[in-house]
Structure formats: C-alpha cells, structure tokens
Write a protein that binds this ligand. Structure first.
Ligand SMILES: Cc1cc2nc3c(=O)[nH]c(=O)nc-3n(C[C@H](O)[C@H](O)[C@H](O)COP(=O)(O)O)c2cc1C
Length: 226
C-alpha cells in the first residue's frame, strides 16, 4: 500500500487459555511485525468464546487502580519492541490514560465500550470535564451486537433456503454470463416452483471441477464460477 497508508494490527497480549498465545508468542509475533514495517500495534487479550480465563471485553465495574488490563504485557512489549503501542482494555479514566502515556506504557490509548456508551466522551474530556467514562462494563452493548448478528444470520438462512430466491439468482447468473460461450443455465419452470421446490430443465453437462480436462471455460470465468 506504500508509505502513505498506515497499517495497524490488533493482537493479543495473551489468550489466558491453556495452549493459547502467551506473552512470549506475542513478543515473537510483534518482532516479526516490526521487521515487516507495521506502523502500530494495538494490544488486547483473552479470546471471544468464554472457554479461557478472560474474554477481551472483561465484565464488571473497573476500579481506577485496576484500569488497563494488559499493562504488564505492555511493559514487556516496550522493553523489546520499538513499534508504537496502542493499549486497549479496561481503560476508563482520563487520568489513567494520561498516566499510561506519561509512564511510557502506551503510546496511544484505545477505548471501545466507553465510546459505545458515550460517543462524545473525548469531547467531554477535552472540554475539561475529565470525570471517568460512565461505561459500566456490563457488556450489554456486546449482547445487542450478538442479537443483531443472530437476527441477520437467521434472515440470511431463511433467504438461502427459499428456492424462489434461488430461482431469481439463477436468472441473474444467466444474465451475468450471457456472453460466455458454453455457460448454459437450465430453464426454470416457475409454475412448478415453491419455497421448497425448484423445478428446472435437466441438462447433461460437465462439472466445473472437471472442466479443465475439456478446456471449455476460460480460466478468468472459472474463478468467478468456483
Ligand atoms: C460491541 C463490541 C464489539 C467488538 N468488536 C470487536 C471486533 O470486531 N474485533 C475486535 O478485535 N475486538 C472487538 N471488540 C473488543 C474491543 O475492541 C476491546 O478490545 C474490548 O472491548 C476491551 O476494551 P474496552 O474495555 O475499552 O471495551 C468488541 C467489543 C465490543 C463491546
């Protein structure tokens, strides 16, 4: 992408899971990324599914003295790696954010749930009201995201299983490939179709996977088809 475009990555300090990523693994990976020219690394920890000790969005009200979930790993990072570090996880107050920067533990502070809860938080802090973020770390924002994803997947599956939609897609496919010799889309019989039944013309053909033997589909189209 060239020098004008920053490339950042978010990685785990550790997975907090037996057999998972350790701080040593994180340091090796960071060193590789440093040599590859990464512009900044954002450090988090834990894994999304609750089988390890922590998920990245640790639940429960955070006391000021406990802010900054991955400080220790951040210090190890700074001893070994020269790439700018963005620290995320359990940071809630302006004072602690400033301290993390001043003490050289992080170069940048990254906030997730506090900004979901209070999108204007940074402007509030800038205006002089440096009272801590009002985020309760109750993960209700995460729950609503999970519900949206679940609803979206349900909608997609419902559409996927409706064969009338499949019939429309076939017509689109036929239209997209109308100029490609040897791509033939079977005729559909709408009067004999329903959400559960797709009735179409039977065509004797060659499977796409076997098409190279026959050299009937140019490679450029084969990629689109597969
Ligand atoms: C609603 C929500 C969505 C998230 N989505 C992602 C994601 O897509 N990728 C990711 O690496 N972390 C994601 N996270 C984790 C956050 O980026 C962050 O690491 C974690 O919440 C800890 O920071 P915080 O204490 O400031 O919330 C998400 C967290 C929340 C609450």
């Amino acid at each position: 992408m060239g020098k004008k475009y920053p490339i950042l990555i978010k990685i785990n300090s550790e997975d907090f899971l037996d057999g998972g990523v350790t701080v040593e693994d994180m340091l090796s990976l960071s060193s590789m990324l440093e040599h590859a020219g990464i512009d900044a690394i954002e450090m988090c920890g834990g894994i999304l599914v609750p089988i390890g000790k922590f998920i990245p969005s640790r639940q429960g009200r955070i006391k000021t003295e406990n802010e900054g979930d991955y400080r220790d790993a951040a210090m190890r990072f700074n001893e070994n790696i020269k790439v700018p570090l963005m620290l995320v996880g359990g940071i809630r107050s302006y004072d602690i954010s400033e301290k993390l920067i001043e003490e050289g533990i992080a170069n940048y502070i990254s906030l997730c749930r506090p900004l979901v809860c209070e999108p204007d938080l940074i402007n509030r802090w800038k205006s002089g009201d440096t009272y801590s973020a009002s985020c309760l770390s109750d993960n209700l924002c995460l729950k609503s995201l999970q519900m949206c994803i679940r609803d979206r997947i349900r909608e997609m599956l419902t559409r996927e299983f409706d064969l009338r939609i499949e019939a429309v897609n076939m017509r689109r496919f036929e239209d997209n490939f109308k100029n490609v010799k040897n791509v033939v889309v079977p005729k559909i019989y709408p009067d004999y179709c329903s959400a559960n039944v797709l009735t179409m013309e039977f065509i004797q053909g060659i499977q796409i996977a076997n098409s190279s033997q026959h050299q009937i589909i140019p490679d450029v189209y084969k990629r689109q088809l597969l």
